[in-house]
Design a protein around this ligand. Sequence first.
Ligand code: FES
Length: 162
Amino acid sequence: MSVNARVEISHRGDVVAEELMDESRRKFINTCLGGVAALGATAFAAVSYPVVRYYLIPPGDKNNKGKINIPLDVLVAGEARFFEFNGTAAVVVKKQDGSLAALSAVCPHLGCIVQWEADRQDFLCPCHAGYFTADGAVISGPPPRALTKIPFTVINGVVTIG
Ligand code: FES
């Protein structure tokens, strides 16, 4: 990197020296600052999305001694419904064949909240690209074990989880 120096003499005869940054140096610094800002925004989005999503989803019936009741007919085949269970994130999936799975939504790697990928019919942990089947088994990535299963029953059209 080079620095250009400009020397001027004012109308009173004083010498005024001004160092000017080379244009390429200025561009380099601006590029670095822009890159840092972009990385920060991406990291923030990756971490905050699951948290925001988790809190936007209704927690279900909390007044049933730690159990969650969900009407069976609100569950759509191929979709997942997230909820709060005993103070943490959980999810129930109605698979394409109509069977259900109730799981902790907390990734066993480092604790991020998984996301349902309806087009792939699996879960993605956005933190380190861990993938799980709809039943919670590890497909790939760093998670050391499956998502924890939560017991549930289906009685008279109501899914009771916990
Ligand atoms: S926290 Fe889920 S893959 Fe790392």
